[in-house]
Design a protein around this ligand. Structure first.
Ligand code: NAD
Length: 329
C-alpha cells in the first residue's frame, strides 16, 4: 500500500470564512505552519490581506442589520447550538491543537472543553442579565454595539475563538474574527463546527492574516465598533492607541507576571508542588502562569530546597493536575 510522502501530508488552506461560506483568499502571502514538537512543516496557509478583512467587515455589517435586533431567546438558541456542535468535536479540536501548537493532550482537552462550555456560560449570563433597568426616571437599555473585531492569541486560539464569539452573540453583535495566523488547523476544525451550527450568514466571519495587516484593518476600520483582543501587552498598547482614532470600544486581555505569594505559615509540602504546576502548566506558555514566587525572607532557603525536591516529582504531579474533570468549567 502506498504511504503518504511528507509533502502530501502538508495541509493547505487558501480560503477565509466570509458571509457563511469559504471563499478564496485575496491575500497572496503564503506562510508555513510548523509542528513545534518536531520542526516539520504541517500546513501552508494563504494569509488574508486588508481587502479580505474589508469584505468580512462588510458582511458582518450587513448581518448586523437583522442580528442586532434579535431577542434574548433567539441568541440563546444559537449559543446552545454552538455548544452542541463544539462539544461534539472536542476530540478533533484537541488533536488539532496538539499537532499545531505542541501542547499536551490533557491541557489541550481542558481548553477545548472550556471552548464548548463558553457558549453555555454566555447563554446563562444572557438569561440572567436584565437588558433594561430603571432607576427613578432613568431607563438604561443595553444594546448591541455593532460589528465586533475579535483577535485571538497563539497559545489558546480555539478557546478564545469560542469565548469571544459566545460573548458577541449574547450581546447581539456580529463578528469578524482574526485568529492567530499560527493556528490554521485549529481554526479550520472550529470553523467546521460553526458551519454545522448553521448560523445566520455574516454573523461569524473569520479572516486569518497577519496582525499588522488584518488586525490593524479591524482596529482602524470605522465600521468595526468594538475590538476584543487577547495577546501581548505591546500589541494591546498599539490597539488602544490606534483604536482611539475611530473611538473604538476596546477590551484588552494581556500578558502578566503576577506572583504567587507564600505566607509565613505556608505548608510547603502542598504549596510548592502547586506553585510549580501553576508556573509550568502548558510548558509555561500561559498568561496565567505564576512564574514568580514571593516568599518570606526567613523561609527562602527552605523554599529553595523544597522546589528542588518537588521538581523530581513534578511530571507525575502535573499529569494529575491537568487530568480532565467534568466539573472544571
Ligand atoms: P501577540 O500579541 O503577538 O498576538 C496576539 C494576536 O494579535 C495575534 O492574532 C496577532 O496576529 C495579533 N496582532 C499582532 N499585531 C497586531 C496589530 N498591530 N493589530 C492587531 N492585531 C495584532 O500574542 P501571541 O504571541 O499570539 O500570544 C501570546 C501573548 O498573549 C502572551 O503575551 C500571553 O501572556 C498573552 N495571553 C493573554 C491571555 C489573557 O487571557 N490575558 C491569554 C492568552 C495569552
Amino acid at each position: 500500500m502506498a504511504t503518504m510522502t511528507e509533502k502530501e501530508k502538508i495541509k493547505t488552506f487558501t480560503t477565509h470564512y466570509i458571509d457563511g461560506a469559504f471563499v478564496g483568499s485575496h491575500g497572496r502571502e503564503v506562510m508555513d505552519i510548523i509542528n513545534p514538537t518536531n520542526g516539520q512543516v504541517i500546513a501552508r496557509v494563504t494569509l488574508a490581506d486588508e481587502e479580505d478583512a474589508r469584505r468580512a467587515i462588510a458582511a458582518a455589517r450587513r448581518a448586523f442589520a437583522s442580528f442586532g435586533r434579535t431577542t434574548k431567546e433567539e441568541r440563546a438558541k444559537i449559543l446552545r447550538r454552538l455548544h452542541e456542535v463544539v462539544s461534539a468535536h472536542v476530540d478533533e479540536l484537541t488533536a488539532a491543537m496538539v499537532e499545531e501548537y505542541g501542547g499536551t493532550v490533557a491541557f489541550s482537552r481542558i481548553l477545548m472543553e472550556g471552548a464548548a462550555n463558553a457558549f453555555l456560560s454566555a447563554e446563562k449570563a444572557l438569561q440572567e442579565l436584565p437588558l433594561t433597568r430603571t432607576w427613578g426616571k432613568t431607563t438604561v437599555t443595553l444594546e448591541p454595539v455593532g460589528v465586533a473585531g475579535l483577535i485571538t492569541p497563539w497559545n489558546a486560539n480555539s478557546f478564545f475563538l469560542s469565548a469571544k464569539l459566545a460573548s458577541a452573540v449574547a450581546a447581539g453583535c456580529t463578528t469578524v474574527i482574526k485568529p492567530s495566523e499560527l493556528s490554521p488547523l485549529q481554526t479550520r476544525v472550529w470553523l467546521e463546527c460553526v458551519r454545522e451550527a448553521e448560523l445566520p450568514n455574516g454573523l461569524c466571519n473569520v479572516v486569518a492574516g497577519r496582525g499588522d495587516v488584518v488586525g490593524a484593518e479591524l482596529v482602524r476600520n470605522p465600521d468595526v465598533a468594538k475590538i476584543s483582543f487577547t495577546g501581548s501587552v505591546a500589541v494591546g498598547q498599539t490597539i488602544m492607541r490606534d483604536g482611539a482614532a475611530t473611538m473604538k470600544r476596546v477590551t484588552l486581555e494581556l500578558g502578566g507576571k503576577s506572583p504567587n505569594i507564600l505566607l509565613d505559615d505556608a505548608d510547603l509540602d502542598k504549596a510548592i508542588p502547586t506553585a510549580l504546576a501553576i508556573a509550568f502548566m502548558n510548558s509555561g506558555q500561559a498568561c496565567v502562569a505564576g512564574t514568580r514566587l514571593l516568599v518570606p525572607k526567613a523561609r527562602l532557603d527552605e523554599v529553595k530546597r523544597a522546589i528542588l525536591a518537588a521538581m523530581h516529582a513534578f511530571p507525575a504531579a502535573i499529569r494529575e493536575i491537568q487530568r480532565p474533570r467534568s466539573d472544571r468549567w
